[in-house]
Design a protein around this ligand. Structure first.
Ligand code: ASP
Length: 307
């Protein structure tokens, strides 16, 4: 039996400590704690890493505090377009969606693509048609509306700026989960509304296998958050896995090299969560903070926001 473990994130970057009210901090920490403990309970009951990461991401998508599902940021044309991906480390199965609208839980659609189609990656209208066929839940446009996100968007909508949900004070982002189950299988899942005022049909790193999301039982499971354009070009998640597989680095060494050296030199702000086959967890970020939580078998729950 493997020492099962789970880690989650709610985006790299945070409200600065000075402007975070105690109520806000409490709300974020409670959402992170509840989510990681729910995923942990699934693993403790013998559930798979794949089910635990999907469940954790669904819970975070349903909380408007985070930029995924309900509470997703606004695109340049004032709508919500969501990206998500899930990957199974046992057989390298993967499912991903980009630019979907009105899907309550994009991660569930990514899972349905993985489980019920011969494809890996679907986008836009075709992905939504697939969702209808597979009874994936839809919500009206208003469901995704969040007054705070709308204000963020109004501040930049007349410009060509597209802003990371966490580069400006008071911002937070993408959600993700990674897990190792008792059978030794790993999985990763990530979901996002992307970046505020992004061009419509812009796709970030989140749903791209190897960039924002990756899992392989040989090495690790990874879910990223940060400025997607940089994470795409640096193929971040796969890079961590490759450093372990080909160079024999440990999880922590590989994460250090990618997040604190390569990405920093490159200008890529953000972080990631990772777990390896021994249940070791790494939560590195080069931004001001990263909403994060983890729980290893028979250990206390860890919840963190700042460095
Ligand atoms: N990586 C996401 C994107 O670029 C944003 C985030 O992590 O908040 O779409």
């Amino acid at each position: 039996m493997y020492p099962f473990a789970i880690a989650i994130h709610g985006g790299a970057g945070t409200i600065t400590p000075a402007s975070m009210t105690p109520e806000q901090e409490k709300a974020y920490k409670a959402a992170l704690r509840n989510t990681v403990e729910a995923g942990y309970a699934t693993l403790a009951a013998g559930g798979s890493a794949l089910d635990a990461v999907e469940q954790a991401v669904v819970l975070l998508e349903d909380v408007p505090l985070f930029n995924a599902g309900k509470g997703s940021v606004f695109t340049k044309d004032g709508r919500h377009e969501m990206d998500a991906a899930i990957m199974c480390g046992k057989n390298l199965d993967a499912g991903a969606v980009a630019g979907v609208r009105s899907i309550r839980n994009p991660i569930t659609l990514a899972r349905a693509i993985m489980d019920h189609s011969d494809h890996v990656f679907m986008s836009g209208y075709g992905a939504e048609e697939f969702a209808r066929k597979h009874q994936v839940a839809f919500e009206p446009e208003e469901y995704f509306y969040d007054a705070f996100r709308h204000r963020q968007w109004r501040e930049v909508r007349e410009t060509d700026l597209f802003v990371l949900d966490h580069t400006v004070d008071e911002k937070f982002g993408t959600v993700g989960a990674v897990a190792l189950d008792a059978e030794g299988n790993m999985a990763a899942a990530t979901s996002t509304g992307g970046m505020t005022n992004k061009n419509f049909n812009r796709i970030g790193d989140t749903p791209v296998i190897g960039a924002g999301t990756y899992a392989n039982n040989k090495t690790c499971a990874i879910s990223c958050t940060g400025h997607g354009e940089f994470f795409l070009r640096a193929v971040v998640a796969y890079d961590v896995s490759c450093l372990m597989e080909y160079k024999g680095l440990s999880l922590h060494q590989a994460c250090q090299q990618v997040v604190h050296e390569k990405l920093v030199e490159f200008g890529g702000e953000g972080g990631l969560i990772a777990v390896d086959a021994t249940g070791e967890i790494a939560l590195p970020f080069n931004s001001e903070g990263m909403y994060r939580a983890s729980k290893k078998q028979n250990q206390e729950t860890f919840v963190g926001i700042y460095k």
